[in-house]
Design a protein around this ligand. Structure first.
Ligand SMILES: Nc1ncnc2c1ncn2[C@@H]1O[C@H](COP(=O)(O)OP(=O)(O)OP(=O)(O)O)[C@@H](O)[C@H]1O
Ligand SMILES: [Mg+2]
Length: 262
């Protein structure tokens, strides 16, 4: 969290707030799986949070709920103050577009399109004129250090460059929240570090970055580490928070109103 974000957090509505969030797949059947249990989570603007946990512990389930790609079986979720259960499909799609950028493992870039065209995709053909689409996509590519690669197709880019294109695409609508599932999983450690440095810059620009990872070293770059175990979410009080004494102390000294209610 940046200092500005720390100052702002006392009066700010959490950008992500879940209460008693639960997910049961195939309820009542033989195949029933309780994937998420009673998750209470508050994340603010300018937070950089890692979600860790073993395979099958519920990380992607949680990400899909936070990203409004799936609906919970119980509990509530407010995204930037909006109770998502009150929204119909069209409003949910709008919320996703305006509030959330997704970075999926494996990049999900369209192979026949240039980097610029991939980044411009989420702008929507109808709403934004062609010239503006290009200008904004070009600016987003420049922001991730890829201005010179705009006309390259994905197979003409390195893995780290492809991941940066995916991040530029996720940010093109300037959503406050960036959700990234194993964004460094396919990268060598040096390239992974570049992506993590980019996330820290986004955090400093008051974006909220939520990173799902198996890798404790990657998670240690975040300001907070949340750990999923058998569908339950726990705050880690460990190595990940070790080097952030001043920030943590400042946050602890000025607790937001939410801290007293939990
Ligand atoms: N669509 C589904 N239908 C039924 N069960 C599911 C479904 N999706 C996930 N599950 C189950 O829910 C549990 C949590 O899965 P989830 O994908 O959230 O785990 P994860 O922590 O993301 O694991 P990984 O690290 O392997 O990606 C698992 O036991 C999984 O088998
Ligand atoms: Mg997963």
């Amino acid at each position: 969290m940046s200092a500005a974000a720390a100052d702002a957090r006392a009066d700010a509505v959490p950008v992500i707030e879940t209460r008693g969030l639960g997910k049961v797949y195939s309820p009542g059947s033989q195949a029933e799986v309780v994937a998420l249990k009673d998750v209470d989570m508050r994340i603010h603007r300018g937070d950089f949070v890692a979600i860790m946990g073993p395979s099958g512990s519920g990380k992607s389930t949680l990400m899909n709920l936070i990203g409004c790609l799936d609906t919970p079986s119980s509990g509530s979720y407010r995204c930037d103050g909006i109770d998502v259960s009150t929204l119909d499909a069209e409003m949910l799609a709008e919320l996703r577009r305006d509030k959330i950028g997704f970075v999926f493992q494996g990049f999900n870039l369209l192979p026949r399109m240039s980097a610029l065209e991939n980044v411009a995709m989420p702008l929507g053909y109808a709403q934004v004129p062609v010239q503006e689409r290009s200008a904004r996509a070009q600016a987003a590519l420049a922001a991730v250090g890829l201005a010179e690669r705009a006309s390259h197709r994905p197979n003409e880019l390195s893995g780290g460059q492809q991941q940066r294109v995916a991040i530029a695409r996720a940010l093109i609508n300037q959503p406050p929240i960036l959700l990234a599932d194993e964004p460094t999983g396919a990268l060598d450690s040096k390239t992974g570090e570049e992506i993590l440095a980019l996330f820290k810059r986004l955090r400093d620009d008051n974006h909220t970055v939520i990173l799902i990872t198996h890798d404790a070293e990657v998670a240690a770059h975040a300001d907070r580490i949340l750990v999923m175990r058998d569908g339950e979410l726990h705050e880690e009080q460990g190595p990940g928070t070790r080097d952030r004494g001043p920030v943590e102390t400042a946050a602890a000294a000025t607790p937001g109103p939410e801290e007293s209610t939990s």
